[in-house]
Design a protein around this ligand. Structure first.
Ligand SMILES: [Zn+2]
Ligand SMILES: [Zn+2]
Length: 167
């Protein structure tokens, strides 16, 4: 067999992806051993995967922002109905709304943190339906509490990845 890139040279190795023959020089070009085509595809795959992570992070951050903005508006409007003045409604509604949004947006992050903590709790599968309801009720409550901290941690991690990409 001859080298895929140099038809005049004998192959001493094979591309780990497509199995094409490679000469000594070409087999040293990439690690693991790959022909130029497969190396290019591998790099492209890495770039695609990275861009996908960036896209998802931006989407998650946007979702957190939207939830907090929407709850802030709704809660402030709610306070507006009972408060004596618009100023009072803003002063109580805005911080309360931000906290409610923070809390709601944090639940999926708290839930995931719990999944990582209790991934070996398979025994609950044998619980009757009421046990499941209680389990998920407790889990949801815990997720809401843990999410208050877990969400901002993830939020700033995601922002960091996005900023590194733009740098
Ligand atoms: Zn190849
Ligand atoms: Zn070669």
């Amino acid at each position: 067999m001859k080298c895929y890139h140099h038809p005049d040279r004998d192959a001493v190795a094979y591309c780990s992806q497509c199995g094409r023959g490679l000469c000594a020089e070409c087999s040293d070009a990439h690690n693991p051993i790959m022909c130029d085509n497969c190396a290019q595809l591998a790099v492209q795959q890495l770039v695609d995967d990275y861009n996908e992570i960036i896209r998802k992070n931006k989407q998650k951050i946007r979702t957190i922002h939207i939830i907090i903005i929407v709850t802030t508006i709704l809660v402030t409007l709610g306070f507006w109905g009972i408060a004596r003045s618009p100023i009072a409604a803003l002063l109580t509604g805005v911080p309360t709304g931000i906290f409610v949004g923070w809390e709601i947006a944090g639940i999926p992050y708290g839930w995931r943190a719990l999944n990582n903590l209790f991934s070996n709790l398979r025994f609950i599968l044998i619980l009757p339906i009421i046990g499941w309801l209680i389990f998920y009720g407790i889990k949801l409550g815990l997720a809401a509490v843990i999410g208050i901290v877990a969400m901002p941690i993830e939020y700033f991690k995601m922002r960091k990845v996005i900023n590194q990409n733009q740098a």
